[in-house]
Design a protein around this ligand. Structure first.
Ligand SMILES: [Zn+2]
Length: 190
């Protein structure tokens, strides 16, 4: 069975090169998890592995929730693997909310998933919304943890892959220094 990192590389979800990120900083790797969910067998496989990790750790979830947009497909796949209910949160005027008639019951056990965790902001906002409704957040799951151990959710956090993706200001970029061609992620050249 292929390692999760190997699968992300093969599908182009994790790309190596010399990239200009949306922040303007330069990086040698670029993560685009949508490229994983483009491929349904691999998405099913990785989400089932994450679901299995929580199950074998004794976590029971009635519901899996993900923050839009990145968490929607993933939450569905993890929920399907667990036989659980699937909902998502989304921003309304910048505030994370439960819309579309989604409700959680008092005491409902919810697992929150997000494709890539960097600062964990969306996950924390999702947890806050669910707890306000009385739900119990039983864990946080991610395909990729980019936080370098810098995020503490206060509950069990599991990720299939931990990545330390470095980035530099253009002036300090070692790839620019050696004249490497710069790629803008999302362009057709990748
Ligand atoms: Zn550069």
């Amino acid at each position: 069975m292929a390692e999760p990192l190997e699968i992300l590389n093969r599908l182009g979800a994790l790309q190596s090169g010399h990239f200009r990120l949306t922040s303007g900083r330069h990086s040698d790797r670029y993560m685009q998890c949508a490229r994983l969910f483009e491929h349904t067998p691999e998405s099913e496989d990785l989400c089932a592995r994450l679901a299995g990790a929580f199950l074998s750790g004794g976590t029971i979830a009635d519901t899996v929730a993900g923050p839009a947009l990145g968490g929607i497909i993933m939450a569905y796949e993890v929920a399907r693997a667990l036989g659980a209910r699937n909902i998502f949160t989304e921003r309304e005027n910048g505030i994370m909310t439960l819309r579309r008639g989604f409700k959680v019951e008092r005491g409902e056990r919810v697992l929150i998933v997000e494709d890539v965790v960097t600062t964990g902001g969306s996950v924390k906002e999702t947890a806050a919304v669910l707890r306000e409704s009385g739900a119990t957040v039983v864990g946080i799951g991610a395909i990729v943890d980019r936080s370098n151990g810098g995020v503490d959710f206060g509950v069990d956090f599991k990720a299939l892959v931990s990545l330390d993706i470095k980035s530099w200001d253009e002036a300090e970029c070692p790839f620019c220094a050696r004249g490497a061609t710069l790629t803008k992620p999302g362009s057709r050249k990748i």
